[in-house]
Design a protein around this ligand. Sequence first.
Ligand code: 3UK
Length: 536
Amino acid sequence: MSSAHIDTFARDNLPPVDQQPQFLFDLPELQFPAQLNCATELLDRHITEGNGDRTCIRAPNLSWTYADLQDKANRIANVLVRDMGVVPGNRVLLHAPNNPMMAACWFAIIKAGAIAVATMPMLRAKELKAVVDKAQIRHALCDAALAQEMHNTAVQCPGLQTLRHFNDAGPDSLEAAMSRQSGAFTNADTAADDTCIIAFTSGTTGIPKATMHFHRDVMAACACWSRHVLRPTADDVFIGSPPLAFTFGLGGLILFPLSVGASTVLLEKAGPAQLLDGIRDFGATVLFTAPTSYRTLAPRGIELRKTALRRCVSAGEALPVSTRTLWREATGIELIDGIGATEMLHIFISADEAHARPGATGRVVPGYQACVLDEQGQSVPVGTVGKLAVRGPTGCRYLADERQKTYVRDGWNLTGDAYRMDADGYFIYQARTDDMIVSSGYNIAAPEVEDALMLHPAVAECAVIGSPDDERGQIVHAFVALRAGNDGNDVMVKTLQDFVKNTVAPYKYPRAITFVGTLPRTQTGKLQRFKLRDLA
Ligand code: 3UK
């Protein structure tokens, strides 16, 4: 393999070989050529194969064919290389809400052999600066709507040399520069193991970590979970809420639809109301969003049944049985649950609608191996709770980070999740390993208590943590958001406590209950239990 990177920063900062996970390429679809540019496979290939006229990206008042997207991406790639001085291996910051121009910029960066570092639109200058510093970024493409925060960042980051704004009509805009460039571009001849994206972990705690993924990793995600579990066709229309800066969104809204020549709907705002409108107006067939969003959308089941929606994917956090049932009863669609991680790029344990088992995330995705380990790193018997370990064609490569040694042990990726596996190879989620509550010597998984509470009709959302307690070490403490029309009083506390005692083993009941209006969540829809710990 010969690297196309002139700037060798990514390769220089890979974890030492002995700290990297073991990679598996057993499947025939994982035999990648030495030179591989994933933009050629995902985008240009369709034009070469005569499908340039097919719809690729849709958004309110906009529709681009594959040829349109290629033209935009090529022009931007020319701007990057000729105007901005980007060379292969440079990192390019991409800051925008999900929209067509952001997708075009993403492809332009990959085509140029540079490394896309996408960031969530809500990030503030302080957080953006941390990204720029960590990935040593000199070039940025930013949506004009986020110009103010980008400006505040640039002021604090002298290393940031070039910046262009898009979705902007001004004379200095990216669009103006694009109009002066050709729509032809020869993609950088990158090695399959050249880094093409640096993804920051959304993180529910602590300092964000930067993960590096290669061109072949991007294609592997398409070849494994998407090809074997989702099985989309060229006629599918994808839609969803996760930001493209979150690899769940990148896969679900760009990589997987484009890998099969399907189309994707990009929405800047994708709350339940916008999703519902989008599903109806664009005839979406495949939906990607988080469990909480399925709960909010479920009451609109009658309208959803009239749409073309056929596949619904849930990831990001554990899917409660009650949410799976709620969605099935409301829409007639069985959810596809899947656990993925930024470190692994995408989903590695999942089940399609025909194989879904309530309470289980699913079975290991073709191309991956998974097992459950004890504290000593030994495999535990079927049914025993332990640490989830996975390996496959993708895996954890933190950029210059000591935490590599914690995530990867003996070639296995340790995701930080407690799981048990049943005799049929289904993996049953328990908790994040740090969300296991130990009360009077009992191990209690926070999500199990949450699932029980969620079954009560008065409960809209809830979160459970272990609060320090002199007598018991920790006690189960629930934070509950009630549905409209219910009062958070002592009677309700007693009602919910009794309800949990009757649903799961009584020792798991929440000894403390705090009523809240909403629960703290990350931009990717993940519960921030650490914020509740501060509160408690
Ligand atoms: C948790 C789940 C139970 C789990 C992600 C799909 O969430 C993604 O990546 P992150 O790096 O977080 C990883 C952690 O989130 N988790 C995710 N999905 C599930 N827990 N059931 C699930 N279905 O703790 C995991 O370790 O933000 C998800 C695809 C790409 C992703 N990056």
